[in-house]
Design a protein around this ligand. Structure first.
Ligand SMILES: Cc1ncc(CN)c(N)n1
Length: 222
């Protein structure tokens, strides 16, 4: 029997839960997150998304078939045309303009996570790169769905972060998440146990770096 995306999650289930259910996420869902923590996160996430788009561009470069090319291209378009555009609008609504964003110093958690993914992409193959990107793409879709199932989550005008949840529960983002999951299911299907073990290390490391990113937002760390 072949491996699937869920096997990667199962291999680091405690840290996966720490990521999806992080205090930052809980406070965002409840609408109680301090505004300065959210602003700090938004600014760093702008820098993160630029490198994340570069990593998908690297996935296009590393593709060997038209199917792989199209898949990476579609995911890149979701990040650039949907997530980054909405992110910039969203920053503006929180009083941060694009000029300010372009001059931001990178926090250590942003540097560590983005350069880790790009390094995995540079030295590994296409599957390594997609596995390193998966906590990001699949994780945020899961977070929006998880928040919608929690009784503490407040939706609508009573939650200042409602638009953030709306972005990740949107059809477009959920479709991107589903495409990535399907691509990984097909690609993991015929890897050996030794190769799967290597990939779980990449997935686990990227998940731990997502946890650090939330914590950076909560602590407003530089
Ligand atoms: C840190 C981080 N991880 C994931 C995502 C969702 N693309 C994001 N915007 N930022």
């Amino acid at each position: 029997m072949g491996y699937r995306f869920d096997d990667l999650k199962a291999a680091c289930q405690d840290d996966w839960a720490r990521y999806i259910e992080h205090d930052f996420v809980r406070q965002l869902g409840a609408g109680t997150l301090p505004a300065d923590a959210f602003r700090h996160y938004l600014q760093q996430d702008y820098l993160f998304l630029i490198h994340f788009a570069r990593a998908f561009a690297l996935a296009i470069y590393k593709s060997r078939s038209i199917g792989e090319l199209r898949h990476a291209y579609d995911e890149l378009k979701t990040i650039l045309d949907m997530e980054l555009d909405l992110h910039i609008d969203y920053c503006r609504a929180w009083g941060i303009d694009e000029q300010q964003l372009s001059k931001l110093p990178e926090a250590r958690a942003t540097l560590a996570y983005t350069r880790y993914v790009l390094d995995i992409g540079a030295r590994g193959d296409l599957l390594d790169l997609h596995v390193a990107l998966a906590p990001c793409l699949v994780g945020y879709g899961e977070i929006a769905n998880w928040l919608n199932r929690q009784s503490f989550t407040v939706r609508g005008n009573d939650n200042p972060f409602d638009a953030w949840i709306a972005m990740y529960e949107s059809r477009e983002f959920q479709d991107a998440m589903e495409r990535e999951r399907n691509w990984l299911n097909a690609s993991l299907n015929d890897v050996t146990p030794a190769r799967f073990h290597e990939l779980t290390t990449v997935f686990h490391d990227a998940t731990r770096l997502e946890i650090d990113f939330w914590q950076m937002g909560l602590d407003q760390a530089d």
